[in-house]
Design a protein around this ligand. Structure first.
Ligand code: SF4
Length: 144
């Protein structure tokens, strides 16, 4: 299912809606949370499901009983973000096909280095080799 995304040509084209609330506990100027915030803005609306394996983005935005996520969010293990995202996408397709759902819900997997090229390497390889509309975005950070 192709997703049409309107490109922002200027600062004023960036949507004002926020889907990642402030108040999380990420480090100031954390690139991962900034990337997640902008990914959500670029996704074009609230009809998005985020799949996020364990990592900084997860622990800083989902401190029980609070959440920074303004969209449906599921926390998964390091090694299965792509599998969970593919499963959700397949379920959405099946529900749409059977007339039980009429939505163009996007599924976005956001993972850091652990969930992409370390513990989650096999999931990334499978995600890239299977035709799917799920996206894996690495928020790999290097700290010195
Ligand atoms: S990814 Fe880096 S900057 Fe962001 S919360 Fe984790 S340690 Fe801090």
């Amino acid at each position: 299912m192709a997703v049409k995304v309107k490109l922002a040509r200027s600062f004023f084209d960036i949507p004002r809606e926020e889907y990642l609330a402030p108040g999380h506990t990420a480090c100031p100027a954390c690139g991962a949370t900034l990337a997640a915030r902008l990914i959500l803005k670029a996704s074009g609306g609230p009809d998005v499901i985020i799949v996020n394996p364990t990592g900084c983005l997860e622990v800083t935005t989902t401190i029980y009983p609070y959440t920074s996520w303004g969209v449906p969010y599921i926390h998964v293990a390091f090694e299965n973000a792509a599998a969970v995202a593919s499963g959700i996408e397949a379920a959405i397709k099946a529900l749409n096909k059977n007339g039980l759902l009429r939505r163009n819900t996007r599924v976005i997997a956001i993972a850091g280095d652990g969930g992409t090229y370390d513990i989650g390497l096999q999931a990334s390889v499978v995600c890239l080799s299977v035709v799917t509309v799920s996206y894996t975005y690495s928020t790999t950070m290097r700290h010195t």
